[in-house]
Design a protein around this ligand. Structure first.
Ligand SMILES: *[C@@H]1O[C@H](CO)[C@@H](O)[C@H](O)[C@H]1NC(C)=O
Ligand SMILES: *[C@@H]1O[C@H](CO)[C@@H](O)[C@H](O)[C@H]1NC(C)=O
Ligand SMILES: *[C@@H]1O[C@H](CO)[C@@H](O)[C@H](O)[C@H]1NC(C)=O
Ligand SMILES: *[C@@H]1O[C@H](CO)[C@@H](O)[C@H](O)[C@H]1NC(C)=O
Ligand SMILES: *[C@@H]1O[C@H](CO)[C@@H](O)[C@H](O)[C@H]1NC(C)=O
Ligand SMILES: *[C@@H]1O[C@H](CO)[C@@H](O)[C@H](O)[C@H]1NC(C)=O
Ligand SMILES: *[C@@H]1O[C@H](CO)[C@@H](O)[C@H](O)[C@H]1NC(C)=O
Length: 407
């Protein structure tokens, strides 16, 4: 009896453990009260999410007294984020590797450098092996001054994440300067310089631009189609009415801030800036674990790049234009044929459907999701990836029920 119970518990544990193989910096540091302030600010600045999403990374933590030196500077949260992101090295350094650096010195790229806000070489940390087995850390170009030293290894999971303690916060004048608040940033300029120039220019010529600007402070996520997709779409765009043009552009904004990891953990229907009462203008966010797609009945677009991700603003680029069914179903065509025919971006209509439910494990990214324009599509859309987790959940419930029967 005991044995059987143990076996069943083991099965249940297996079911759950299979879902959690990625590291979690928050729970790693939670075991060490001396890093509670550092840990708190990793969460507050959303750096924790970025750290969890990366592999081969080193977090240089400082203890609570080291953090109080930083907090005494009264930087805004964006300044604290910059400073802390300089403490996340984009390579794996555990105690052993730190003490065996080739030629005794190395430059490590940091998360600050990866944000693109770093000018020149300011996002690099110089690691130097010193006399007596010490290891020094300094921002690059510190003209020979060592600012912090290695204290101890906190946790190492080769070669995914190494968490080490260093003696104090690395200073850097430039890093401490806060990045301008998103509302002061020029949305169209950011998009233009990151592969969404056509979309940005289209937006600039439309009242929708103001809608975007006004939404930033409350939280905004923009999905901008890349230049190739947008160029191909322009003839159809020009055919829309003035209101239709504005709706189409506003359809590419979501009135909340969502990081990529947030999107990855939130499948389902979502509103857009074009949503107005009965005019739903919504789309479905769907993941297959690595890729995030946005779906309407007419098109499945994929996120191909993160252009900016700083609360309260995130901008991602898409490989396709999102086509709302509100606009393209009702497109004024002389022929009685359904609107999708006028749309080259949409997959060819498919007859298969209605009868067979989608296979549970397959993320539905196939032409089977093509528009044949009725409510049945909606049902199929939301269910694709839910099925797998649902199956696991049912299995666990059954197992627990089985345990009760045995008792
Ligand atoms: C390292 O990360 C990968 C991908 O997240 C994961 O599959 C693997 O199990 C991790 N390794 C360890 C030792 O945690
Ligand atoms: C990481 O751990 C913290 C606390 O242990 C938890 O609140 C958080 O949801 C976890 N994050 C992920 C992505 O699992
Ligand atoms: C180490 O130093 C040698 C000679 O100065 C140089 O050729 C080599 O590229 C250096 N290696 C690294 C990893 O910097
Ligand atoms: C790192 O700093 C030390 C000490 O200032 C210096 O000698 C070394 O050249 C620097 N290393 C690199 C790669 O910049
Ligand atoms: C933002 O940048 C665009 C160029 O992409 C420019 O035309 C526009 O005037 C700028 N807006 C502001 C408010 O600076
Ligand atoms: C634009 O509308 C006209 C008339 O409604 C139609 O003939 C033409 O095919 C449309 N063009 C595009 C690119 O949809
Ligand atoms: C899944 O499909 C069923 C009908 O087959 C529907 O009742 C349910 O709401 C769907 N779930 C989701 C998350 O869309």
């Amino acid at each position: 009896m005991q044995l059987r119970l143990a076996a069943i518990v083991a099965v249940v544990v297996l079911f759950f453990s299979a879902t959690s193989d990625a590291h979690n910096i928050t729970s790693i540091l939670a075991k060490f009260p001396e890093f509670s302030t550092f840990n708190h600010y990793l969460t507050e600045t959303h750096l924790a999410e970025d750290i969890n999403n990366r592999e081969t990374i080193t977090v240089c933590a400082v203890d609570n007294s080291g953090m109080s030196d930083l907090l005494a500077k009264h930087l805004p949260i964006s300044g604290i984020k910059n400073v802390l992101s300089l403490h996340v090295l984009l390579d794996y350094f555990d105690a052993k590797k730190l003490h065996q650096i080739t030629n005794g010195t190395a430059l490590a790229a940091t998360m600050y450098q990866a944000t693109g806000s770093a000018a020149g070489s300011s996002g690099f940390v110089n690691i130097t092996d010193m006399k007596g087995g010490k290891v020094g850390f300094s921002p690059k170009d510190s003209s020979g001054v060592i600012h912090a030293t290695f204290v101890k290894s906190v946790q190492a999971i080769p070669y995914n994440i190494s968490v080490i303690q260093i003696s104090n916060i690395l200073p850097s004048y430039e890093v401490e300067a806060p990045t301008p608040a998103p509302s002061q940033q020029n949305l169209t300029a950011i998009m233009s310089s990151h592969g969404c120039k056509v979309f940005a220019e289209t937006l600039l010529a439309n009242p929708a631009e103001k809608t975007y600007e006004d939404a930033v402070d409350g939280g905004l996520t923009i999905f901008c189609p890349g230049d190739d997709a947008m160029k191909n779409f322009l003839p159809k765009y020009k055919n829309l009415t003035a209101a239709g043009k504005q709706d189409l552009l506003e359809f590419h904004g979501m009135p909340v801030y969502q990081s990529l990891s947030g999107l990855k953990s939130s499948n389902g229907l979502t509103n857009s800036l074009a949503t107005d009462g009965a005019s739903k203008y919504d789309f479905t966010v769907q993941n297959d674990g690595t890729e995030v797609t946005l779906k309407t009945k007419l098109v499945t677009a994929k996120i191909i790049d993160t252009i900016i991700d700083e609360q309260p603003l995130a901008i991602f680029s898409l490989n396709k234009v999102l086509l709302p069914e509100e606009l393209f179903k009702l497109a004024p065509t002389p022929a009685p044929a359904p609107a999708p025919e006028a749309d080259a971006d949409a997959p060819a209509p498919s007859k298969k459907k209605h009868k067979s439910p989608p296979a549970p494990a397959a993320p539905s990214d196939s032409p089977a999701d093509a528009p044949d324009g009725d409510a049945a599509d909606q049902t199929a859309d939301g269910n694709g990836s839910v099925g797998y987790n649902g199956g696991r959940f049912v299995a666990v419930i059954l197992t627990i029920w089985f345990v009760f029967l045995q008792l």
